[in-house]
Design a protein around this ligand. Structure first.
Ligand SMILES: [Zn+2]
Length: 419
């Protein structure tokens, strides 16, 4: 028997042994994993597979987890007494060993293992950058067929660990991240490999929720505040779902952390909707033109998990906290502050998170003595380049209007090779 089932957030219907499922009654609701074991436990295994609350049975790969540590430098700079940092990236001197330099590596590891255990033969993944690198790396390492679709505008910031990868990468030349998701869904139909499912894939959210598992394991209780930059919001929702499990467990606190979530201005659809108390996003905030003005392209999805039942609107309503808008200059300042006080480089999205924390402290939303978890979702790229060569991504180009024939022509050679 499996150690988990999947439950609809809205109607409560429970499904056993299903892969990447949707509720048949409620089309706009997330399903969440219900682990039969209400108590959080850790086995003696290394890395992420030691946690009992993951939707996998027999992982074969080795996967390092986040580095969670108590901050001294940034904590002092901000006047905080109990600041904990979840550093997801490469910083071997401290014990952070994610060579893809992103917390998306946990998502990829759990999604691929969960898919394999469900008899799935391959996956189509859409990404704005980080997710592509994480999936390309782990798909190559484990020999699992994956096709990756990215927007051309993100290519300049993208890199792979492998120089040549058996993982085909398609770049949508005439569209953004959301167009890439549309193309990925069409490729899934044409190839018969499922689309990875985005926020609706429970393995994705539980994989990103590993940051909360590691943090509570290290701190010994739930933090009072959780701080992160959000694009789709999937990582924050994953953290919230894990926090709810800890509350049901009962030994780690009885109050959800407040979630302080940041977007990079001027592209901030969730911020504007939340400020007006609206569950729906405003179409004017989703204008692709705005994406050209932000420094963090990985935060550029026009399909965030905000309105859906169990998404970011419900998270903030339930847990408290709020949305923050961060200007480009504040992103760079956040990156510089972190490098100066903690001693490691950050990716821009993590600069957004540092800026959010500064603002939350400034306006008194986070108190001096509160326990704070700052989720640094990516960092150490400059540090990695001292040890390893990284590689530019060499994609094939595809149009957002590609036909089934175009898709077959582009992919038939690759898929034959990998099957
Ligand atoms: Zn339902």
């Amino acid at each position: 028997m499996s150690h988990f089932s999947i439950r609809c957030r809205k109607c409560g219907r429970t499904l056993e042994n299903s892969y990447c499922a949707f509720c048949e009654h409620c089309k706009d609701s997330l399903l969440v994993t219900e682990y039969h074991d209400r108590r959080f436990t850790e086995s003696g295994a290394d890395g992420i597979w030691r946690f009992n609350w993951l939707p996998v049975h027999q992982p074969t790969s080795v996967q390092p987890g986040p580095l969670v540590y108590r901050s001294h430098g940034l904590a002092k700079h901000l006047g905080l007494e109990h600041l904990f940092i979840a550093f997801n990236g490469y910083w071997p001197e401290k014990g952070a060993l994610l060579e893809t330099c992103t917390f998306k590596e946990f998502e990829a590891a759990v999604v691929l293992q969960n898919a394999r255990e469900n008899g799935v033969d391959g996956l189509i993944v859409a990404s704005a950058g980080n997710t592509a690198r994480a999936f390309a790396h782990l798909a190559t390492a484990t020999g699992f067929p994956v096709v990756i679709v990215v927007p051309r505008m993100c290519l300049t910031e993208m890199w792979y660990l492998e120089s040549s990868s058996p993982v085909p990468t398609l770049a949508v030349g005439d569209g953004d991240y959301s167009d890439s998701i549309d193309v990925a869904k069409r490729i899934a139909l044409a190839t018969g490999f499922p689309f990875e499912g985005g926020v609706k894939n429970i393995a994705k959210r539980d994989g990103l929720g590993i940051v909360m598992l590691e943090a509570v394991s290290k701190i010994g209780k739930l933090p009072d505040h959780y701080v992160q930059a959000v694009g789709s919001g999937t990582g924050a929702v994953g953290g919230w779902e894990m926090a709810e499990r800890f509350i049901r467990d009962g030994r780690f606190g009885d109050r959800l952390p407040k979630f302080h979530l940041g977007q990079n201005l001027p592209f901030a659809p969730m911020l504007h909707a939340w400020e007006k108390g609206s569950r729906s996003l405003f179409p004017g905030d989703l204008d692709p033109e705005l994406i050209g003005h932000i420094t963090t392209r990985v935060l550029s999805t026009r399909y965030p998990a905000y309105s859906v039942q169990g998404g970011v609107f419900d998270l903030l309503t339930s847990a408290g906290g709020g949305m923050y808008g961060v200007e480009n200059e504040a992103v760079y300042a956040g990156m510089e502050d972190f490098l100066a006080t903690e001693g490691i480089d950050l990716v821009p999205a993590s600069g957004v998170a540092v800026a959010v924390l500064k603002e939350a402290v400034r306006k008194g939303a986070v108190g001096k003595r509160d326990t704070v978890l700052l989720n640094i979702t990516g960092g150490g790229e400059a540090r990695l380049r001292k040890d390893k060569q990284t590689h530019t991504v060499m994609p094939k180009f595809i149009s957002k209007n590609a036909t089934e024939k175009d898709i077959e022509d582009l992919l038939c050679h690759d898929l034959k090779k990998s099957s």
